[in-house]
Design a protein around this ligand. Structure first.
Ligand code: SF4
Length: 379
């Protein structure tokens, strides 16, 4: 049986964080019930197409899935468990934010096979949390993390961000210090990006955002790599670190350029040599689903040339890089047949490193990764 990953999007949040451009909105909790009904219908409609597939990972992301009441979450979990074949080693993650999890929902998740909890913290200092527009304090995070452990979660991710306005190196060190003391299985550490249509973007345009310099941002990142390595975390993807064998199976589906189906508002899929995505308009989504019309608004065929290029630049995001033999097994030739010149040029520039088994980014290559990825895009 072929394997596949599922992504389920929950677009509701208590409050919009100042940096966030995800498909999510606040103060629309009233729509949760009708949305979950539609989502259930959309998931059901894939039963036939996924009959010959085994689900290897499920990721309920958002938004803040943990604000969805249990009886609403139950609608989709019931369908998922009854309609699809699950892998014995299924990784089932849910995203959450401190202040929205409690004994009741955590116990419910665990007893419904959700075995991985992802918690958004971002920073250790309450001043930064407030300045980011987060809904919680560090104390609430701590309480929630310890509660999740007590209830039995043995696989927890913590999301962090560096390069924050007014953030000092010392504060980032303090964040990593406290988080590693808690010993989560997984840490995601992203550099803050100022995205259009966010509150931060407006402040940035007005010159009111005091961001760290590029050099400090890179120092923070390099410190993260060294510090987490010293604390037993494998740096397995540009922004992701994990204890042994705790790398996120679902995210590796994306980076290995494997198939996945996304359900819900704005969700993306890659299936049967096609990439497609759903509408981001709630009205259209609910209306289409009620009329049994697909909510998909974008679709593109992925040619073999596209697939080769995507496999290269997605695979290079992982620190072990492209496994040359696996690439050959997939396409019938090694990456050198098509990209000999690019690979050799980047090796000379010290951005790529090649040995008998892998092609991977060097430390310098990680900092200039976009420059490398662009070179593998189809013309
Ligand atoms: S909780 Fe997450 S999805 Fe919601 S607004 Fe904040 S960053 Fe965006």
């Amino acid at each position: 049986m072929k394997e596949i990953g599922l992504y389920i999007h929950i677009p509701f949040c208590k409050q919009k964080c100042f940096y966030c451009d995800f498909c999510s909105f606040s103060n629309r909790e009233k729509e949760i019930s009708s949305y979950m009904n539609a989502l259930t219908q959309e998931i059901k409609s894939w039963e036939e197409k996924l009959k010959s597939y085994k689900i290897k990972s499920i990721f309920v992301g958002g938004g803040t899935p943990s604000i969805v009441p249990i009886e609403e979450m139950d609608k989709i979990l019931e369908v998922i468990h009854s309609k699809f074949h699950m892998s014995e080693s299924l990784e089932f993650s849910i995203e959450s934010n401190p202040g929205t999890i409690n004994k009741e929902n955590l116990t419910y998740y665990l007893s419904n096979n959700i075995n991985r909890l992802s918690m958004g913290l971002q920073a250790w200092q309450d001043t930064h949390l407030k300045n980011l527009g987060r809904i919680h304090t560090r104390e609430e995070f701590l309480k929630n993390f310890l509660l999740a452990r007590e209830i039995g979660f043995e696989n927890i991710n913590i999301d962090l961000m560096f390069g924050l306005p007014n953030q000092k190196m010392k504060e980032w060190e303090e964040t990593l210090d406290h988080i590693t003391d808690l010993n989560p299985e997984h840490i995601s550490a992203y550099s803050l990006k100022i995205e259009e249509n966010t509150h931060f973007y407006k402040l940035y345009e007005k010159g009111q955002l005091n961001l760290p310099t590029e050099a400090l941002d890179r120092n923070m990142y390099h410190f993260t790599m060294d510090y987490l390595f010293d604390h037993g975390y494998e740096h397995y993807e540009i922004s992701n670190f994990a204890k042994k064998e705790k790398g996120c199976i679902h995210n590796k589906v994306y980076w290995n350029n494997e198939e996945y189906i996304g359900f819900g508002l704005g969700a993306h899929s890659y299936f049967n040599k096609k990439r497609f995505s759903n509408t981001m308009d709630m009205k259209v989504y609910l209306n289409n689903i009620s009329k049994k019309i697909s909510p998909c608004v974008f679709e593109e065929n992925i040619s073999r040339e596209d697939e080769i290029a995507e496999t290269m630049f997605l695979g290079l995001r992982m620190m072990k890089g492209i496994h040359i033999e696996s690439f050959k097994a997939r396409f019938g030739f090694t990456p050198f047949k098509i990209y000999k010149e690019e690979i050799s040029n980047f090796e000379k520039l010290g951005l790529l490193y090649t040995d008998e088994e892998h092609i991977r980014l060097t430390r310098k290559g990680i900092d200039l990764s976009n420059q490398v990825f662009i070179a593998f895009l189809p013309n």
